[in-house]
Design a protein around this ligand. Structure first.
Ligand SMILES: [Fe+2]
Length: 196
């Protein structure tokens, strides 16, 4: 009787352990999958950012995009380091979301003439990219911490901070450096005429 109770308890505790470890395994799998996804996304950005800088007019925006390209190249290397730390082969997996965001950026650049409106479109597209990356790295840092991968979490947090700064730089470019004055002046003249 005692034995059967012990056996039952043992079985119950074994089941609980198995469930707990399989959840951890599933989370690790999701974590690795997300890493492959962002690895693809960062690599795609190293090709897209120079094209965006090339089509931009505002000096501040061009500098911001070029600076973020340098950071992005470093972020790709950082991800390779993360893969090696968790003992997984560094492999990129196509990120449908980033592919869509880059396509959107391309179509904005195609549909606008060179100048402030195209710059505003480039900023909007680049900020969507940054927000996607901020969400992704925020999640990856949390996953890494949960999985007890503190070194990995610290590396990913460095990238997360860079993405946040890039987003702020783009906001500054959008609000302070894009010159819509010519259009405003024309509108003011028209308004004055309307008032007469
Ligand atoms: Fe990035």
């Amino acid at each position: 009787m005692k034995n059967s109770k012990t056996n039952k308890e043992e079985a119950k505790s074994k089941k609980a352990t198995t469930t707990k470890s399989s959840v951890a395994e599933d989370l690790r799998e999701l974590f690795v999958d997300s890493l492959k996804d962002i690895y693809w996304a960062e690599k795609a950005l190293t090709k897209a950012l120079p094209k965006m800088a090339n089509k931009a007019t505002s000096t501040k925006l061009i500098e911001g995009l070029e600076h973020h390209l340098t950071e992005t190249e470093e972020q790709v290397k950082r991800l390779a380091e993360v893969f090696s730390l968790i003992d997984v082969k560094a492999r990129a997996k196509k990120c449908e979301a980033m592919e869509g965001l880059i396509k959107e950026a391309k179509s904005i650049m195609k549909e606008t003439a060179k100048g402030p409106v195209r710059d505003a479109g480039i900023i909007a597209a680049a900020q969507k990219v940054e927000h996607y990356e901020i969400a992704t790295y925020g999640t990856l840092v949390a996953f890494a911490k949960t999985l007890g991968e503190d070194d990995v979490a610290a590396i990913l947090a460095t990238t997360l901070e860079e993405e946040k700064t890039a987003d702020e730089t783009l906001s500054e470019a959008a609000y302070n450096d894009i010159n819509f004055e010519a259009t405003d002046a024309e509108e003011d003249e028209n308004e004055e005429e309307d008032e007469k």
